[in-house]
Design a protein around this ligand. Structure first.
Ligand SMILES: Cc1cc2nc3c(=O)[nH]c(=O)nc-3n(C[C@H](O)[C@H](O)[C@H](O)COP(=O)(O)OP(=O)(O)OC[C@H]3O[C@@H](n4cnc5c(N)ncnc54)[C@H](O)[C@@H]3O)c2cc1C
Length: 534
């Protein structure tokens, strides 16, 4: 049993920026960060486009950023949260700059600001096309320099601990459910450790891996959402999965390489495989319309033509400037034999970002006591039905800070729970079970790809639910008789998350933002999401 003051689950921008703040403020307290892979592996490290913050007050202002966020969110953003996030942006930005994050500058010394879809002003700070990697590295360096932060790589959180593990049956949401820490598998030894914490910060990121095509790395299996859900936390807006319109087609199996929206901001345009422009048919902003519109337009064109991808045309752009601004994308394309001066890039939409997640208040508190959430796992009210590009790194920084400030004032009142039992392991691993786990994972990803993707229908949702129920039953059987493995835990979590996406999609009675159901066409309006949380 390991005791710590702050248990942070996840080592992306949200987890590490919280950990750094807590460790600096409380040098005598212990901050433990656990992460299931290498510390660097996260959605954060792959962020390309940048972070949206108002810094050019001559051409931009908070009201514009707020209006753009709310326009993308399609009527479901929480206006107070949006206002708070955009206004706190500059202060949070300066903190990571002080930590060593390096944003591109103009020759005059100001920030070089990129433009992305649905932004009415240039406000995207970036480090070439590897912004996330730069942020991740500066946070890892800072966290590594603080003696009271312990970072445990290859530690997989299985479940958060609550009354449920103390012999009390918690079968529904209640106001008094409390988190006491987490059960964590040490992947080096295979042992399951009990971490007792005063507070637990879930910063375990997104869910992209539940889909066959995704820009997210293999760690993005929605573990935190499933853990919080099993503990009966409120979870919302799972039906709003954002598909990035332009993932490189036909490259990697597990994680599709992203062609950032900033490339369209730089002047690239979408065309059919025959070379026709098509975006203007769907939106007057053309290739720079918001992501949901672009992704749906591409999906429609692909289906109409029986194509598996469309093209992104960069041939008319200044190639030297392009390679300077997007060295990573340029290199990647070249490595696949795509010469951007003559060849167009094959692209298709891929699952990219979860707008919903564990419901939090303005301070990152979940509905479970002493359980905070920040980053992509959280549903804070910022994104509504669709996230504005580059708002997620911003949200993660702002909410990690809000969690920290809230805890700064009340950590002294929280003590460790007594008499928490150790995890009970049982079961045997039979070699043929690994292949069953793998098959079920592939099947799950196909179900979500085929039936719960950009365009949904009542029939497809019902089909997906029927199939998920079979996968659920099979996997629970395996779970009962098999020694715990991260593969099995991930599969269980992915099924749970997929179930939430399907059930909350079924409860969504109108098309909004990223959500589109052909059987809801014509049912626009501000809908209620009540009753959709299974
Ligand atoms: C290709 C790509 C490009 C993007 N570009 C941008 C962009 O330009 N601008 C922008 O604002 N956003 C962008 N995003 C989104 C943004 O990167 C993410 O939303 C954000 O980085 C999420 O940060 P996070 O800290 O919440 O989660 P992550 O960075 O994903 O970190 C989650 C962490 O939790 C760990 N973890 C997960 N499960 C467990 C478990 N069971 N036990 C222990 N540890 C666990 C993971 O290993 C990881 O360390 C992009 C995303 C992708 C995939």
């Amino acid at each position: 049993m390991i005791k710590t003051d702050f248990l942070v689950i996840g080592s992306g921008i949200a987890g590490l920026s919280f950990a750094v703040k807590a460790a600096r403020e409380f040098p005598d307290r212990q901050v433990t960060v656990i992460t299931k892979s290498e510390m660097v592996e996260s959605n954060t490290r792959y962020a390309q486009g940048g972070i949206a913050v108002v810094t050019d007050f001559l051409n931009d202002n908070f009201d514009k950023h707020k209006a753009d966020t709310e326009m993308a969110g399609d009527g479901l953003c929480n206006s107070e949260i949006v206002d708070m996030v955009v206004r706190e942006g500059p202060a949070r930005l300066e903190e990571i700059v002080k930590m060593g994050t390096d944003f591109d500058r103009t020759p005059e010394g100001g920030y070089h600001l990129g433009l992305e879809g649905a932004h009415s002003a240039r406000r995207i700070l970036h480090h070439k096309d590897t912004t996330g990697f730069n942020i991740q590295n500066s946070l890892m360096k800072e966290a590594g320099s603080l003696p009271n932060i312990e970072i445990l790589e290859y530690h997989f959180a299985i479940d958060i601990i609550s009354q449920h593990h103390m012999g009390e049956k918690v079968t529904r949401k209640r106001d008094d459910i409390c988190c006491y820490g987490a059960y964590v598998m040490d992947l080096n030894s295979g042992s399951i450790k009990t971490f007792l914490s005063k507070v637990t910060i879930l910063a375990s990121g997104g869910v992209g891996q539940v889909y066959k095509l995704t820009t997210n790395p293999v760690v993005a299996t929605g573990d935190g959402i499933a853990m919080a859900g099993r503990a009966k936390a409120a979870i919302e807006h799972m039906q709003f999965v954002q598909f990035h319109p332009t993932a490189l087609y036909g490259d990697e199996e597990e994680q599709a390489f992203l062609i950032s929206e900033a490339v369209r901001g730089f002047g690239a345009v979408l065309k059919t495989r025959e070379g026709e422009l098509f975006m203007e048919k769907y939106d007057e902003r053309g290739s720079l319309a918001s992501r949901d519109i672009v992704a749906r337009a591409i999906d429609t064109e692909m289906k109409a033509r029986g194509d598996e991808y469309v093209h992104l045309d960069c041939t008319h752009l200044d190639q030297q400037e392009f390679s300077k601004r997007f060295p990573n994308i340029y290199k990647k394309c070249l490595s696949l034999g795509i010469d951007l001066s003559v060849d167009r890039i094959p692209v298709a939409p891929a699952a990219h970002y979860l707008c919903g997640g564990v419901k939090t208040d303005a301070n990152g508190r979940s509905s479970i006591l002493n359980l905070y959430c920040c980053g992509e796992i959280a549903c804070t009210g910022l994104h509504g039905a669709n996230r504005l590009a580059s708002n997620s790194l911003l949200e993660a920084l702002v909410f990690a800070h809000r969690c920290f400030v809230d805890l700064k004032n009340n950590i002294d009142q929280i003590s460790h729970q007594k008499d928490v039992p150790e995890w009970e392991s049982a079961g045997t691993t039979e070699p043929d079970e690994w292949i069953l786990i793998k098959h079920n994972r592939v099947e799950l990803k196909n179900i979500m790809h085929n039936y719960v993707s950009i365009v949904r229908s009542d029939e497809r949702l019902q089909r997906s639910l029927n199939r998920l129920e079979i996968l659920y039953r099979e996997t629970e059987k395996l779970y009962k008789r098999t020694t715990l493995s991260p593969q099995l835990c991930e599969l269980r979590n992915m099924i749970y998350v997929a179930y939430l996406i399907v059930k909350q999609s079924m409860g969504q009675n109108e098309n909004r933002g990223t959500f589109f159901n052909v059987d809801r066409v014509g049912q626009q309006g501000h809908g209620s999401l009540e009753g959709t949380d299974p």
